[in-house]
Design a protein around this ligand. Structure first.
Ligand code: UD1
Ligand code: MG
Length: 479
């Protein structure tokens, strides 16, 4: 039975605050730090995803400041709240500005918007330990082989849960710098003591900022309990403060994603070479060959094969689809058993039907290619509705743009379009019709008819022989 049930008390209200107002000077970037991407998502997006698995979005508060509007926009869809910290005067100040919104809660877990590997399990472990020890402040820590740059945790004694202080790298004595247990930047606080003593923070440090880390010593002096708990996985606390750290975190997320998919039954040959974003879904028995990128919100079904060098972003791919080598697919949907590539470029709103084929050097945009239809070579299909069982010959072009507006081409079921045809939209080719090779079709073609839209061929008999003979005569007698 839980504590609250035993006492018949109200359940303890928990908020999560995510500090995301900093500029990220060490990245040397014009973009805010928490919007830099790892695993295909902004740093902050990962932290928000973990937080909203522990509490509902309305209990999550992101503290934003530097480029606040851009940061807000990037995660607003999650339904969390925002608190403005302007100017940004340090991590302690970030919580000072959130005093009013956090006051109604019993506890607050504080996360760093720049540390995206945190898991819901670790947040829960931190919260549970904090509530069990009845501490005013609980610090999540980790022991790193190289603790340089992080705040060091000074425990009261080696075996004690209790902490005396956190000392930042720049203020640490040589002896303190040898401590390998570091402050992760994740904490749990009891809200009452936090705000009763937070005004005791000072800016008496090398950055002249209010350090949240100093709350350990402040609360200790006020006879409040401060404890620490180690994270299970030291990597979870890694922060992306520099480009090198971002690359390292990105690598970890990609490998973790590959391992998750492999555990779910996906074959990935040479996973080190594949770039798969965190939110991608892939069904069992799909095979992913080396050097493939699968990005954004892409969903791939079961029993598919993605051959090498393809880049797939935000696509819906059904079961049993074959993506041959080196395709670029963006915002497309591909139905069961279709075959795409090699070297196909499917642009947004391309819908490839069941068992349809799109082949070498074919570009599509905003089209529907019906069941079993084929466009296998050197073709552009844009703004087109193509029925079932249609053959699009090599080099066919739908001329969809008149320089001002886009127009639609409709090709009905069973049509055969010969090679090198140009279909000038708006135009409709009726059911079962034939378009002869090299035709320029500017008028609708009735169903079951043949359209011939090219100059009639003439053959000049003997012309080639006469030309050859005339040239030979010139060579013998140049004058
Ligand atoms: C902080 C800790 C350090 C810890 C490390 C772990 C402090 C003083 N130090 O250092 O002990 O080892 O994290 O990664 O807290 N932020 C605001 N408002 C501000 C300043 C920062 O919201 O005024 C945000 C930043 O956007 C960032 C987070 O707080 O997401 C942490 O700030 P950062 O500057 O990265 O602190 P560290 O130097 O990494
Ligand atoms: Mg940091």
């Amino acid at each position: 039975m839980s504590d609250t049930k035993r006492k018949g008390a109200q359940p303890q209200r928990l908020a999560i605050a995510i500090m995301a107002a900093g500029k990220g000077t060490r990245l040397k970037s014009k973009h805010p730090k928490v919007l830099h991407e790892v695993g295909g998502k902004p740093l902050l997006g990962h932290v928000v995803a973990a937080a909203t698995k522990v509490v509902v979005p309305k209990d999550v508060y992101a503290i934003i400041g530097h480029e606040a509007e851009r940061v807000r926009e990037a995660v607003a869809h999650t339904g969390i709240n925002f608190v403005l910290q302007n100017p940004q005067r340090g991590t302690g100040h970030a919580l000072m500005v959130a005093r009013e919104v956090l006051a109604p809660y019993d506890h607050v877990v504080v996360l760093s918007g720049d540390a995206p590997l945190i898991t819901p399990e670790t947040i829960t472990k931190l919260r549970n330990f904090h509530v069990r020890t009845k501490a005013a402040m609980t610090i999540l820590t980790s022991v790193l082989p190289d603790p340089t740059g992080y705040g060091r945790v000074i425990r009261k004694s080696a075996k004690s849960d209790d902490v005396q202080a956190i000392v930042e790298q720049k203020s640490a004595t040589p002896k303190q710098q040898k401590i390998r247990e570091i402050n992760s930047g994740f904490y749990a606080f009891a809200v009452k003591p936090l705000f009763a003593y937070i005004d005791k923070l000072s800016t008496n440090n090398p950055h002249a900022e209010f350090y949240l880390t100093d709350m350990a010593a402040v609360l200790g002096k006020a006879k409040q309990r401060v404890v620490a708990i180690q994270a299970n996985d030291a990597c979870e606390i890694l922060g992306g403060n520099t480009r090198a750290e971002l690359a390292d975190i990105d690598q970890r997320l990609r490998m973790a994603k590959c391992h998750q998919l492999m555990a779910e039954g996906v074959t990935i040959f040479y996973p080190q070479s594949c770039v798969i974003d965190t939110d991608v879904q892939v069904g069992a028995d799909t095979i992913i060959e080396p050097f493939v990128q699968i990005l954004g919100r892409t969903r791939i079904g079961s029993d598919c094969r993605v051959r090498s060098y393809s880049v797939i972003r935000d696509c819906e791919i059904a079961d049993g689809v074959l993506i041959r080598h080196a395709c670029v697919l963006e915002g497309a949907s591909i139905d069961e058993k279709a075959i795409v590539g090699p070297y196909s470029h499917l642009r947004p709103e391309s819908h490839i039907g069941v068992g349809a084929h799109v082949g070498n050097f074919v570009e599509t945009k905003k089209i529907k290619l019906g069941k079993g239809s084929k466009a296998n070579h050197l073709t552009y299909l844009g703004d087109a509705e193509i029925g079932e069982g249609v053959n699009i010959g090599a080099g066919t072009i739908t001329c969809n743009y008149d320089g001002v507006h886009k127009h639609k081409t409709v090709i009905e079921d069973g049509v055969f379009v010969g090679s090198d045809a140009t279909l000038v939209a708006p135009v409709r080719v009726g059911k079962g019709a034939y378009v002869s090779a090299a035709s320029c079709v500017t008028e609708d073609v009735p169903e079951e008819s043949l359209a011939l839209g090219r100059a009639r061929q003439i053959n000049k008999k003997g012309w080639a022989r006469q030309r050859r003979e005339a040239r030979a005569a010139k060579t013998i007698n140049p004058k």
